[in-house]
Design a protein around this ligand. Structure first.
Ligand SMILES: Nc1ncnc2c1ncn2[C@@H]1O[C@H](COP(=O)(O)OP(=O)(O)OP(=O)(O)O)[C@@H](O)[C@H]1O
Length: 341
C-alpha cells in the first residue's frame, strides 16, 4: 500500500530529455495505466518509479518518503515484464518461491505464500511443472505469482500481455482485474498499448505525449471529455472522427470530433457521402463513409450493415455529443454553441 507522488520528474539520456517535468499523484490502492504513442516515455517513467533508472531531476516519494536514492530492492515494488524471464530448470513452485528463499524466508511461510498465490491465479495444478510445459498465458501468470508472493507495496506491469494471443490476453486481463480486486491495498501501475486493457483495467489513465502528461482521468472522463485533440484521437477504438473547419463553421470550432456511435445514417441527414467499406464485427458493424474529409469517417451500426460500397447515404451527428476543438487542438466544449444555428 503506497501513495506515490511524482514532483517535476525529469529524465535525460545524455543530452536527450525524454521525461520533461511530470507531476502526478497515484493514490494508495489505485490502478493507474500509462498510455501514449511509442517513444513517449511510458516505460522510462515506470522504470524511474521502479528505480531501474536514475531520476535526473525532481522527487519521487512513496507515502511521503523520498525514493530517489533508494535501491529498487528496498522500494517494496514488484515488476512484471513482457518477457516472463522464468528459470527454465525450476518448477513453477520453485520459480515462485525462489525470491523468498534468497531473502531467507522459512520454508513454511514460502509454502503458504506460493500456494495462496497459485490459488489466486489458478496455477495450483501446475506447481510441479517446468515453464516449458506451460502455455504462454500460464507462464505469464507464474511471473505474476512470483511478484505477488513478495507482497509488494507497488505492483508495476510493463506491457505484460503483449506476447500473448488474443484469447489468452483476454483471460489474463481478467486475472489481473481480479488480482487488483483481491489485493485492493496494492497500488498498481500498468503500461500498455492496448486500448481495451487501459479502459477495462484502469481506475485512472494517464495519457503521455512526448515526455509530458497530456491528461489524467478515469477511462470515462477521458473518453467523454478529452481535453485535447490528441487525447480524443488516442482514447477509444475506433478512433474519434475529426472534421475540419468546412464542416464546423456554425459551431465556431477549428475542428469538430464525433465518435462512431454518435453518427446516425438517416434520410435527409446533414452530411452526404458514399460508403467506402463496411466491417462486420458480429454484434455491430463499422461503416466507412467518404463525406469529403481527408479520411473516411466511421459510423458504428448495430447488427449487420447492409450498405454496399459506392452507395450514397446521408449522416447526422447527435449534436450534443459533438466535441469542439480550437486551432491549437484544445477542447472548447461539447455540442453546438449556444446561439449557433
Ligand atoms: N537507455 C536509454 N538510452 C537512451 N535513450 C533511451 C533509453 N531508454 C529509452 N530511451 C529513449 O527514451 C524515449 C522513451 O522511451 P520509452 O521506452 O520510455 O518509450 P515508450 O513510451 O515506453 O515506448 P514504447 O511504447 O515503444 O515501448 C525514446 O525516445 C527512447 O529511444
Amino acid at each position: 500500500m503506497a501513495h506515490i507522488q511524482l514532483t517535476d520528474i525529469r529524465k535525460s539520456f545524455g543530452a536527450l530529455e525524454v521525461i520533461k517535468g511530470v507531476d502526478m499523484e497515484i493514490r494508495s490502492g489505485e490502478f493507474m495505466v500509462f498510455v501514449g504513442p511509442s517513444g513517449c516515455g511510458k516505460s522510462t517513467l515506470l522504470r524511474l518509479i521502479a528505480g531501474l533508472e536514475d531520476i535526473t531531476h525532481g522527487t519521487l516519494a512513496f507515502d511521503g518518503e523520498v525514493m530517489n536514492q533508494l535501491a529498487p530492492a528496498k522500494r517494496g515494488i514488484a515488476m512484471v515484464f513482457q518477457s516472463y524471464a522464468l528459470y527454465p530448470h525450476m518448477t513453477v513452485f520453485d520459480n515462485m518461491a525462489f525470491g523468498m528463499k534468497l531473502a531467507g524466508q522459512d520454508k513454511a511461510e514460502r509454502d503458504r505464500r506460493v500456494r495462496e498465490a497459485a490459488d489466486m491465479l489458478q496455477l495450483t495444478p501446475y506447481l510441479e511443472r517446468l515453464p516449458r510445459q506451460l502455455s504462454g498465458g500460464q507462464r505469464q501468470r507464474v511471473a505474476i505469482g512470483r511478484a505477488i508472493v513478495r507482497d509488494p507495496r507497488v505492483f508495476l506491469f510493463d506491457e505484460p500481455l503483449s506476447n500473448l494471443d488474443a484469447a489468452l490476453r483476454v483471460a489474463t486481463r481478467l486475472e489481473i482485474a481480479k488480482l487488483h480486486r483481491s489485493m485492493h491495498n496494492t497500488t498498481m501501475i500498468y503500461v500498455t498499448h492496448d486500448q481495451v486493457e487501459a479502459m477495462t483495467l484502469a481506475d485512472r489513465i494517464c495519457v503521455l505525449r512526448d515526455g509530458v502528461v497530456e491528461q489524467i482521468g478515469t477511462p470515462l472522463e477521458l473518453y467523454e471529455n478529452p481535453n485535447s485533440l490528441f487525447v480524443a484521437g488516442f482514447i477509444g477504438s475506433p478512433k474519434m472522427n475529426f472534421l475540419d473547419g468546412r464542416f464546423s463553421e456554425e459551431m465556431r470550432a477549428h475542428t469538430i470530433g464525433i465518435r462512431s456511435e454518435h453518427l446516425l445514417i438517416e434520410h435527409g441527414g446533414r452530411w452526404r457521402g458514399s460508403v467506402v467499406h463496411s466491417e462486420m464485427l458480429g454484434s455491430d458493424s463499422y461503416v466507412y463513409v467518404d463525406i469529403g474529409t481527408s479520411e473516411p469517417i466511421v459510423v458504428r451500426q448495430e447488427g449487420t450493415a447492409t450498405l454496399k460500397p459506392g452507395e450514397t447515404i446521408a449522416l447526422s451527428p447527435i449534436e450534443h455529443e459533438l466535441h469542439r476543438f480550437d486551432r491549437d487542438g484544445r477542447a472548447i466544449g461539447r455540442g453546438l454553441m449556444k446561439g449557433a444555428t
